[in-house]
Ligand binder design. Structure first.
Ligand code: HEM
Length: 382
């Protein structure tokens, strides 16, 4: 198989369901591979890390007529200098490690509340995605944003519809646009009435601090981004991690376990960049204007960087997966996601004598955001 065939296969239902053999095939061909004259696949760990850290590679910014993509494009995730640095310093200012650390008791309470509901029966059969993995991140992110608890149930389908627009194959999707509109209306309301605490009021204050530091459109786009970025990805981390614990119940679900889940089955498998000028990466010449498809999930399984990459092994030393990206756009929520997952897995272990499969799990049919649609489990109280 050549690089073009591998990319085609990755975008097919079979490739989305199990991209890992295709990643192994890419690694046999090389770290950076031309698909056409101006599209390249980047799969090597060192090459991916270099592209992410090198400011000669920008976020692709071709104008879109799709409202869902237009919305994302106004957010930090799709911004380039100088807008990116301006937005990042404002958001980082209100999204500090200290603010994240103060969320620990709220995360513990949210985890325990969800587990209490599951513990009503001595033995329960439930869908882990539905009853836990979807619930926890939305509760936590709404807490952080300062969004009223009663509004939370609305966000799951909206976030899912909106992020479908991030898949490389969905050129136009009416449900993504409808979700963008509905979330836009919702957050416009929150901006008018931001409440006393939380990121919404902190970012409204940043906008109002004068000299156009955050435009109204940027404020709205970034609030919606924070909701969806902090929600589906963490849901997928919880589901992907639990699926591994079901297969290997003897594992200790500590921080090293979470790190290895991030490497082995990353919730974000792909991102993209554009070359601003002619460049060379791992010996391959990249012409100005070329598009790069960065296979984060493949970089995390690069045999040059991770011995026996297809083995799940939390005891790896120097385990630094690229699941949160690297460089200027490195995930702002990475410590929050790690904290949520670590608390969730350790509490699950403490409170249940056993968690076993109760049926066939179903993957979501996505490549970019990788996770489960449903994960049926049988829980036995400790
Ligand atoms: C396991 C969970 C998560 C994963 C795997 C993840 C992954 C990523 C990745 C790969 C990027 C960089 C994309 C690129 O460079 O093209 C990113 C950016 C970002 N993430 Fe996360 N993320 C997670 C959770 C969160 C959470 C919980 C939040 C917020 C509450 C968040 C907020 C953001 C933001 C704001 C950015 C954009 C940063 C920028 O462009 O400067 N993420 N994330």
């Amino acid at each position: 198989m050549n690089a073009t065939e591998i990319l085609q296969e990755l975008l097919s239902p079979a490739g989305r369901a199990d991209p890992f053999p295709l990643y192994a095939a890419v690694h046999r061909l090389g770290p950076v591979l031309p698909v056409t004259d101006d599209v390249f696949l980047v799969a090597g760990y060192a090459a991916t890390d270099e592209v992410l850290r090198n400011s000669a590679f920008e976020i692709p910014s071709e104008p879109s007529d799709q409202p869902a993509l237009q919305l994302m494009q106004r957010s930090i995730l799709r911004a380039n200098p100088p807008d990116h640095g301006r937005m990042r310093s404002l958001i980082a200012q209100v999204f500090t490690p200290r603010r994240v650390a103060t969320l620990r008791p709220a995360i513990e309470a949210a985890v325990d509340g969800l587990l209490d509901d599951l513990l009503d029966d001595l033995q329960a059969e439930v869908d882990f995605m539905d009853r836990f993995a979807f619930q926890l991140p939305v509760t936590v992110i709404c807490e952080l944003l300062g969004v009223p608890p009663d509004d939370r149930h609305r966000f799951r389908p909206l976030a899912s519809d909106l992020t479908a627009a991030l898949e490389l194959t969905d050129a136009s999707d009416a449900s993504a646009d409808a979700a963008a509109r509905e979330l836009g209306e919702y957050f416009a309301g929150r901006i008018r009435d931001p409440g006393a605490d939380g990121l919404v009021s902190a970012l409204v204050a940043a906008r109002d601090a004068g000299d156009g530091r955050l435009s109204d459109e940027e404020l709205l786009a970034n609030l919606i981004l924070l909701l969806v970025a902090g929600f589906e990805t963490t849901t997928d981390l919880l589901g992907n991690g639990l699926a591994i614990l079901l297969r290997e119940p003897g594992l200790v679900p500590d921080e090293a376990f979470v790190e290895e889940v991030l490497r082995y089955d990353s919730p974000v498998q792909v991102t993209t960049r554009t070359a601003r000028n002619d460049a060379e990466i791992s010996g391959t010449a990249i012409p100005a204007g070329a598009g790069l498809v960065l296979l984060l999930g493949a970089a995390n399984r690069d045999p040059q960087r991770f011995p026996q990459p297809d083995r799940f092994d939390p005891s790896r030393t120097g385990n630094k997966p690229l699941s949160f990206g690297a460089g200027a756009h490195i995930c702002l929520g990475n410590s929050l996601a790690r904290l949520e997952a670590t608390i969730a897995f350790s509490r699950l272990r403490e409170r249940f004598a056993s968690i076993t499969p109760a049926g066939e799990p179903a993957r979501r049919d996505r490549l970019v955001l990788r996770g489960y649609q449903s994960l049926p489990v049988r829980l036995l109280r400790a």
